[in-house]
Design a protein around this ligand. Sequence first.
Ligand code: 1GP
Length: 232
Amino acid sequence: MSNPWDDWDHVLKVDPDKDLLAGETFEDVCRTGTDAIEIGGTLDITPEKMARVVEAAAEYDVPLYQEPSNPGVVIDSPALDGYLIPTVFNAGGPFWITGAHKEWVRIDDLDWERTHTEAYIVMNPDASVAQLTNANCDLNADDVEAYATVAERMFGQEIVYVEYSGAFGDPETVAAAADGLTDACLFYGGGICDYESARTMAEHADVIVVGNLLHDEGVDAVRETVEGAKDA
Ligand code: 1GP
């Protein structure tokens, strides 16, 4: 069975708690050439903020996925192509591995067809996601490779996400994660800021995820990263 992300090289992660640059619109965001937009953030997310982004992006022809940080921010919109539910494999406790998910599955009429999971390996100890989940980021490349294999082989994860949110990661570690996988799709996110950084990580990961750059530098900078991802 093929998955939508099999054809992706680049995902743009829009944080509903952050603004676009002055003068830029969601039409501009959707025309960057990115393969999909993931809507999610770690802090201060509300369903209203989520809905605002979904509505603004809905009329353009880019797949839209919600990545909820907790079940309380989930919105039900036909404009969404699906939900990408994070599980943090190196979280400091079970809540971010199965606990939040136990609440998630209580949503009435959960749409399983559109529900997918992402196996996160969180690597930047200074990132909000690392602090929130109390992740053990003290991992070497072999550890990351092993986590990737566990995620795919033992937990059936179709997406493994090496997450350095806010910092550019170690390409060798991302390469090790790729070595640990057979079929799963490897996402990489963190600190991608231009053509070169995008291309470097896209040589190891199947999909690169760009986040802060949109809110800090804008759509032209994002477009460069799309080119880097596509050229790798
Ligand atoms: C965050 O992996 C994404 O979840 C992207 O990271 O914001 O550092 O680009 P950046």
